[in-house]
Design a binder for this molecule. Structure first.
Ligand code: ADP
Length: 404
């Protein structure tokens, strides 16, 4: 019988079968570990990358690293070093290889380094070590050691990260913050002493204005009496401002250790101390809230919030103030709610800035420092402050202070 001539389709099928068999053989070899390979799926189907011949790319990778890299045999002799290590040690690579790694570190660290070579777990000593360069200079490095006993090679790999850049930045940052603290301290001392010194002459002016008004009123015409009244009012305003600036600077000087305080006790003491608060009939929902903070700071927060709740009330409206506390995630949140004039949403952020006021002194007296003091005080204790309010709908201010 004459053999049938294979048509193009049959040829294609047998070619495809052959390729399939080849692919199966490759996959089997990969599965059995005969070939190190990686199969990566991509838009053009699966691609197989063998790892044979990967030594070169690895070497390039290690040479290009920013870190120094060493291979040590168990006694600490350097079997391999990358060029970055030679650069850090300022020593030619040929001299590095074959030398003892300890020699690149201070003598008093040699015992520690020997200890590192006894471990089988990966280690990263917590503190930086000084790598000593051939020219006598040194640079701080962070070591990361890994034993290679399990990989069929006896020895250790060591990676050395140069910390000098980081240390320079940290030093610069530390210097700047010390300078900042000093400047801040100077500024506070300055504002404290200026406001303190301003008190005495101001009191004299207030005193004489009062004497004039009380003892010489009959000799003064109404216009002169009005002027004197204005002097007295302005002097009182200035006196309040000075007191606020003093309290503000006092806050910065709180340096002692924080203590434990019960917000409820503190609140009760404040209400008892100020006659206007005592008479205001404030509703306090009973609670006990032990917080960690500074007494001066806590007092300023609470008294400022209560003072504002009482002050920003429309004329003719009886203040209704309610105070309560809630516990939330490591903090106590103290709420102070009033039935006052309220604050528009757009203004709620800026009222916590120093000297930021929404009203003139003719309408509501103040220095604009109260809420900034509240914010500064709670932040000093690791807390926060905020407000919920609508214009004309009263306000609810809150402070959060860490629990004791
Ligand atoms: P001061 O009370 O001296 O004006 P604050 O810093 O305490 O300064 O407050 C800043 C501004 O925030 C106030 O001038 C006022 O406009 C607004 N404010 C503060 N508390 C309240 C409140 N309880 N109700 C309405 N507005 C308030």
């Amino acid at each position: 019988m004459p053999m049938e001539k294979p048509n193009a389709q049959t040829i294609e099928i047998s070619e495809l079968k052959a390729r399939l068999a080849e692919a199966e053989d490759t996959l089997n070899a990969i599965r059995c570990g005969e070939v190190d390979a990686l199969v990566a799926s991509g838009p053009n189907g699966d691609q197989v990358f063998t790892l044979q011949g990967a030594e070169m790319p690895y070497r390039i990778l290690v040479e290009e690293m920013n870190q120094g890299a060493l291979l040590l045999i168990p006694d600490g002799t350097i079997l391999y070093a990358n060029t970055q290590f030679a650069r850090l040690a300022k020593t030619p690579l040929e001299q590095v290889i074959g030398s003892a790694w300890q020699q690149f570190f201070p003598r008093d660290k040699h015992l520690q380094l020997e200890g590192l070579l006894k471990t089988t777990e990966p280690v990263t000593p917590p503190e930086a070590l000084n790598l000593m360069a051939a020219d006598g200079s040194s640079c701080p490095v962070q070591l990361a050691l890994r034993s290679m006993h399990s990989a069929g090679v006896e020895g250790f790999s060591v990676i050395l990260t140069d910390l000098s850049e980081r240390q320079h930045s940290e030093d610069a940052l530390r210097k700047i913050s010390v300078e900042l603290l000093e400047k801040n301290g100077d500024l506070n001392a300055f504002s404290h002493s200026v406001s303190h010194d301003m008190r005495a002459p101001l009191r004299t002016m207030q005193g004489f204005a009062r004497v004039l008004l009380e003892d010489y009123a009959s000799q003064l015409d109404p216009k002169a009496r009005m002027y004197l009244g204005q002097i007295e009012t302005s002097a009182e305003r200035l006196s309040r401002l000075i007191n606020d600036v003093l309290s503000y600077s006092q806050l910065s000087q709180v340096q002692n250790q924080p203590g434990t305080f019960d917000l409820a006790n503190l609140l009760r003491d404040i209400v008892e101390t100020y006659p206007n608060l005592r008479e205001a009939n404030i509703e306090i929902v009973p609670f006990q809230a032990l917080v960690r903070g500074y007494e001066v700071a806590l007092n300023q927060c609470v008294s400022n919030l209560l003072g504002n709740a009482l002050k920003f009330i429309p004329k003719g409206v009886t203040p209704q103030i309610k105070v309560w506390a809630e516990r939330s995630k490591g903090h106590w949140r103290l709420w102070v709610q009033d039935n006052g004039i309220g604050i528009a949403r757009k203004d709620q952020g800026r009222i916590f800035d120093a000297f930021s006021r929404l009203h003139s002194n003719e309408v509501y007296e103040g220095s604009g420092l109260g809420l900034s003091m509240v914010k500064k005080a709670v932040e000093k204790m690791g807390g926060r402050a905020g407000v919920e309010s609508e214009l004309g709908q009263g306000s609810r201010f809150w402070i959060e202070v860490p629990t004791a």
